[in-house]
Design a protein around this ligand. Sequence first.
Ligand SMILES: C[S@@+](CC[C@H](N)C(=O)[O-])C[C@H]1O[C@@H](n2cnc3c(N)ncnc32)[C@H](O)[C@@H]1O
Length: 216
Amino acid sequence: MGIEGDGGQSGEQDQNPFGLSHQEYWDLLSPEERMMQFDEYGLYALTPRCFSEPILEHIQGNVVVDACCSVGGMTIPMAQSGKHVIAIELDPHRLELAKKNAEIFGVQDRITFISGDVLEEIPKLSADTIFFDGQWVGQSTEEGQLFTLSDFSPNGKDFLTQCFKIAKCVIFRVPANFDFSELEQFPYQYRKEPTVVDGETVAYTVYWENVSGVGV
Ligand SMILES: C[S@@+](CC[C@H](N)C(=O)[O-])C[C@H]1O[C@@H](n2cnc3c(N)ncnc32)[C@H](O)[C@@H]1O
């Protein structure tokens, strides 16, 4: 069952464990994903396979950091695609759920889990690609308000600055109302791909695929 404490042992569940307010997120999940363990936020924030598959194609190299891994919505498909994943998460309970999910999918040997703050951990690491899907904690993601780098946890400007010193490829998930003019402060070209659900753009994935600041 896809709820805490059951370990996915009882197989796919048709029912969303967190009620109607989370039904739209549950409906996006495949039967396999419904076997995962979630807390409420972990389900809401999960990157479903239908979103993650196009992103996986653009991951470079063998070593990938999943900077804010939550319950492992990206960590697991990355590991299944043959990458070694360094998965970092601030919330220790959510990291434990990610570990259990890795076991459910049999990919735990391809993942190094780190409990901590990515701003402290990332300077200690080297990686080919960093995937950054931070928590959207600031302004509303409602239309009409622009979402800025400082509205992420960790702070998007601070974290991206560190990423560009470490990896050649940086991939960043942002809400649909993100203020893209903020990315002009970085001297690297990016491209963006929309994530569309029922004809509506719900998020973007931003790709820097040839960062030259590595090791600076
Ligand atoms: C949007 S969720 C990531 C969802 C994940 N990509 C998935 O598909 O399951 C963001 C996560 O970032 C974590 N987080 C926030 N600030 C952090 C920090 N400074 N260091 C590490 N993790 C952080 C939150 O606890 C949350 O679980």
